[in-house]
Each structure stands twice: as structure tokens, then as C-alpha cells.
Ligand binder design. Sequence first.
Ligand code: HEC
Ligand code: HEC
Ligand code: HEC
Ligand code: HEC
Ligand code: HEC
Length: 395
Amino acid sequence: METLESKWAAVGLVGAILLVVAVPALAGEAKGNPYTSAKVCAGCHEDIYQMWSRSLHATALTDPVFDVVYMQVLKATDGKARESCLRCHAPTTRVSRDYSLRQEVTREGVTCDFCHTISVVNMNNRAEPYTLRPGTVKFGPLGETTSPKHLTTFSPVHETSELCGGCHELVAKNGTVIMGTYSEWKESPYAAKGVQCQDCHMPTVKDATTVKAGVKVSTKRVNKHDLQGGHSVDQLQRAARVEILEVSKASDAVRVRVRVTNVGSGHKMPTGIPSRKVLLTGRLKDARGAVLREATIRYQKVLADAQHKPLETDADIFLKPSTVLLDNRLGPQESRIEELVFPVTREMIQDQVIGGRTYQRNLSVEVALTYSYTPLILQPADMVQDMAKDSRPLQ
Ligand code: HEC
Ligand code: HEC
Ligand code: HEC
Ligand code: HEC
Ligand code: HEC
């Protein structure tokens, strides 16, 4: 960390000197705001802009899910929480201090120019992990490249998890980890192998160019910029496996042993804000598929207030975190054996004998993992997503 920091601070400086000599400024900056709107970048970086526009980064401020909670938190704190929420959801305010959100670039949330003018990240400095150098030098992973409108600097930190960690880690003043995605990754086998957030969330894409034709004919790679996470079906279905190991039938219960594995998530599953849950649901079904019994295990992190009362809403999670009451989420590559128990009566499961003929019940069990997040403004059904499934007939 130390060495990275000093090395790249020096590179940033070289860039800053060059800038005085050569490059015409990008048009479109608001007065007094050193950040440039994504619309300006879109003039050349068309494909990347399209991808970013679909990301939750682009709507980090304007997304109604954020807005509802933000308004509640502002009300509860007499506006005092404003700065602290906006430092991640409208991060250009860290420099521009446009807290009235008047300027377009502020409303663009986690915008191009915020990420691409980060020069150094120091995760040990919790108050401000980022060294920000808004201006004409754009920091990126390409190296050996030129642009007609801005300077470029090769920035190795853009290929590391630290770039993301400055926002994807939120620790309360008393040390309670509200959101620990970065530290969960840091302790994982992926970090040990050098697999970074970008490797899973920003893979390279074909059929895209760094800049549109006419600006430059480029052979450089393009990384995905739509940052898929828990809102993406693809990403979720890569994340988990569920497998029935054994089904046993007794006169009072059917028991199912299940193996659940976090195969693809680089951090705990689920990660992020604690209101997200993963549910393991088992169902005992009859021959026609009707559900006779259901059992559920929840994987989640539960924070509590100072009186050890569980915090249930997003607003309370931000306002009153005091201790971690429970955290049974599945760690990266962790496999766990669970038992689901369906209480039954003998009559429910025994084959029926009618008029000398035996009718089999043909019961079956099915297990499924689903991702569940119930923001205030949505119906629960809107954010329940299948992750993995298995089923087996009852012998
Ligand atoms: C007039 C066209 C133009 C505009 C406008 C423009 N760029 Fe670029 N940019 C380029 C070109 C050309 C390259 C080099 C691409 C290549 O070599 O494939 C580039 C490269 C980059 C790189 C890669 C640097 C590296 O070394 O990895 C970043 C990051 C970048 N631009 C960010 C931005 C951002 C952020 C904006 C808006 C604030 C922006 N650009 C606006 C033309 C432009
Ligand atoms: C959340 C931070 C973030 C935002 C927002 C962001 N980028 Fe990037 N960008 C990155 C990272 C990280 C990489 C390098 C990924 C890698 O190498 O694994 C990158 C790579 C690039 C590159 C080099 C080509 C490539 O894809 O590797 C260009 C050019 C670029 N970004 C332009 C933009 C533009 C234009 C926008 C807005 C429309 C934007 N970026 C938004 C983080 C960001
Ligand atoms: C400036 C702060 C900031 C940086 C830097 C940043 N993020 Fe984010 N990210 C956010 C915020 C805020 C959200 C939530 C937006 C919302 O929904 O309101 C988010 C959302 C996401 C999501 C979507 C989560 C979901 O529920 O689907 C993913 C995935 C993600 N970020 C990954 C990354 C990765 C990977 C990087 C580094 C390349 C990164 N982020 C860098 C602030 C940041
Ligand atoms: C090995 C691949 C991998 C790595 C490495 C990885 N992720 Fe993820 N990430 C996933 C998958 C798969 C999901 C969807 C399943 C889930 O929610 O855990 C996900 C979900 C997310 C979400 C959505 C929150 C949620 O649980 O729904 C965020 C935010 C996120 N990742 C950020 C990051 C950040 C930041 C890093 C680096 C510190 C990172 N990821 C590293 C694969 C990865
Ligand atoms: C350290 C950076 C950081 C700070 C500070 C922060 N957030 Fe976030 N917030 C994030 C990230 C990153 C995500 C996405 C994680 C995930 O997908 O679970 C997020 C997600 C959210 C979500 C869920 C959005 C969605 O679309 O699912 C809400 C609501 C939210 N934040 C509200 C707030 C409020 C209100 C505050 C101020 C009290 C705040 N945040 C402060 C980084 C931050």
C-alpha cells in the first residue's frame, strides 16, 4: 500500500506538469466544478457511456430506492447526514461541494470523471481513502495511449479492488461494519489468488471500442462498465449451488440434508447493505406438485441498535448501528451442510391401500436458493430472484 501510494503520487505529478503545456480543456464543466459531465465523455467513449448509463453507478443518486431512504435519513438527522451519504452516492461533491445537487455532473452519481481522476487509494485512511486529482489527466488501465482532449496516465490502482473498496466498505464510528464488501473480499481466497473485483464485475467485452470511429482507430480492450451485482439474474445464477445429499423419511418427519455453496461470489453472499438476504427454501410436495410443507433458512447479517433491537429498515441500519447481532452469510467458496425438517404425520407419507391396491404417494422434495431484497418502494415479489435449485422424489 505504502509503495503504491508514493509511486503513483509521483506519476500524478508528472501528468499535472504535462497538462500545463499541452492539452485543450474539455468543454462542459460547470463553473467552479473541476469535474466534467459523462455527456462530454460520451462524445468519444460512446460504447462505454452506454454501458455505464445502465449501471446502478449512474443512478446512485437518482434511483428512487436510494432517494426514499436518503429523505428519511435527512429528516431524522435534520439534514446532517447529507454530506456523508453524498460522499459515495454523488461523490463529486467531495470536491465540488455542490450539496444543492444543481449541477448535472453531481446528479450523475458515480460518474466517469470521479473514477478516472482517482490517483491513489489508501484503504488505511478511513476518513478519505481516495486522493482525487480532477482535471485534464484521466487515470486508466491502458497505458501507452493518447487522446486529443485529455492527458492520460497509466494507473495500476484501476485494476485493483482498492479502487472500489473506498466506497464498498462502510464502517460506523463505533467500528461496526455496516457494509464490508471490500474486507470480505480481502479475507477471501480470491484476494489471495489476486482475483480483483474488476475480474468478475468488469470483464472485457467484445463488440465495443474504447472510442467511436472517427476519433481514433483503437485496438485497446474495453471493460464492461455496467457493473452487475445483486440486481442481475446472470450474476446471481453464477453465484451459488444447492444440492440435495440425502432425504430420510421417519414417521414424524421428512429430513433433507442439503449442501449449499457460494461458488462464484467474491465476498460474502449476500454482501452490501444488510437488508439483502439469501433464502434457502425446501418444499415437500405431493404427486400433483401441491406444497404440503415448507421450511426456510435465511442467510443474512443483522445489525442491532444499542438496546440490541434488530434493525430492519435501511434508514435505521444507517442511523443506529451498534452491534452485529448475527452474520450467517456464506463466505466466498464456503460450503455448508444444512438440514431441513418437514414435520409430517404417518398418514401423509404412507402409501395408501384402497380395495387391496396400493397407491403410492409420489411425494417429492425441492430445494431452492433465492435472493431477496425488499426496498420500501417495491413489492416484495419485485426483488426475489432464483439463484439455484435441486429436487428429488421421495423413496
Ligand atoms: C475528443 C474525444 C474524447 C473525449 C471527449 C474524452 N476522451 Fe477519453 N480518450 C479518448 C481517446 C482517443 C483515448 C485513447 C483510447 C485508446 O487508446 O484506445 C482516451 C482514453 C481515455 C482513458 C484511458 C486512459 C488510460 O491510460 O487507460 C480514460 C480513463 C478516459 N479516456 C476517460 C475519459 C473521461 C472520464 C472523459 C470525460 C470526462 C473522456 N475520456 C473524454 C478520447 C476522448
Ligand atoms: C466505478 C468507477 C468507474 C466509472 C464510474 C467509470 N469507469 Fe471507466 N474504468 C474503470 C475501471 C476500474 C477500469 C479498468 C478496468 C480493468 O482494467 O479491469 C476502467 C476502464 C476505462 C477505460 C479504458 C478501456 C477499458 O474499458 O478498459 C476507459 C476509456 C474508461 N474506463 C472510460 C470511462 C467512461 C467514459 C466512463 C463513463 C461513461 C467510465 N469509464 C466510468 C472504472 C470506472
Ligand atoms: C464513488 C463510490 C463508488 C466507487 C468508486 C465504486 N462504487 Fe460501486 N456502487 C456505489 C454505490 C453508491 C452503489 C449503489 C448505487 C445505488 O443503487 O444506489 C454502487 C453499486 C455497485 C454495484 C451494483 C450492486 C447491486 O446491488 O446490483 C456493483 C456490482 C458495484 N457497485 C461494483 C463496483 C466495483 C467493482 C467498483 C470498482 C471497479 C465500484 N463499484 C466502485 C459506489 C461506488
Ligand atoms: C469471484 C467473483 C467476484 C469477485 C472477485 C467480486 N464479486 Fe461482487 N459479486 C459477484 C457475484 C457472483 C455477485 C452476485 C451474488 C451476490 O450477491 O453475492 C456479486 C454481487 C456484488 C454486489 C451486489 C450486492 C449483493 O450482494 O447483491 C456488489 C455491490 C459487489 N458484488 C461488489 C463487489 C466488490 C466491491 C468487489 C471487490 C472488493 C467484488 N464485488 C468482488 C462476484 C464477485
Ligand atoms: C462508503 C460509501 C457509502 C456511504 C457513506 C453511503 N452509501 Fe449507500 N450504498 C453504498 C454502496 C456501495 C451501495 C451498494 C451496495 C449494495 O448493492 O448492497 C449502497 C446502497 C445503498 C442503498 C440501496 C440502493 C439500491 O438500489 O439497492 C441505499 C438505500 C443507500 N445506499 C442509502 C444510503 C444513505 C441514506 C446513506 C447516508 C446515510 C448512504 N447510503 C451512505 C455506499 C455508501
